[in-house]
Design a protein around this ligand. Sequence first.
Ligand code: PEP
Length: 256
Amino acid sequence: MARKKLIAGNWKMNGLMEDGIALAKGIAQEVKAFGKSECEFLVCPPFTLLASVKKALRGAKVALGAQDVHFAEKGAHTGDISPLMLKDLGCTYVIIGHSERRADHFESNELICKKAVAAHAAGLKTVICIGETEAQRDAGKTIDVCKEQILGSVPDDSTAADTVIAYEPVWAIGTGKTPTAKDVEEVHAAVRKVLAKKIGKGNANKMKILYGGSVKPSNAKEFLSLPDVDGALIGGASLKVADFMAIAKNASENKK
Ligand code: PEP
């Protein structure tokens, strides 16, 4: 099953206007120079930069995504952003359920699922994040935790066309620590199995499952060459044009 790799940058809460535009322009330029690409690109800047980054990416095949969304269409939700607002800005993707939101904002699987349903209804694709903490890993619960998160946070009618899963071990995010390639492949294969039960084998086989957690140019090849790894969700290394593109180069060299 050929799944085109997705190289996605999560800029998190980084970048003022000037830096954000420069980063987006740099990525756009490199992606254009990349020629016919073996992979798809996505950048997810903070809300404040979405409109300017959209402009800076003009003419380059790089999708724009947000890092969170509210489940309501509009109304009394101070500080929140609706799916239609993101669409209006030119977003085609939104990250949902990142571990930093699960931890900092106490987001539950149920809430994440509601957000995903609303995002899909508005025509946005979701990148739904799952992953175990270090304590859960040490207790041998990695697969159980991922299973519970998928069952609770991925809508029942999700398809490969509207949903991407990102497996991000919490302990590997921003720490420089990574699981072994064998561990990652084992979790991704298990995730695909759970997805098959939930949304059907056809959709599960087509759905992209990204790995995220301290991905950098030097380890990208190791992860991106695994059979069930369909791209990467990249935090720190997505803030440097050269690193982001070096990771993408590894994806292109690892066509499946
Ligand atoms: C992330 O936040 O999604 C992430 C994977 O971060 P980093 O690449 O910095 O570990």
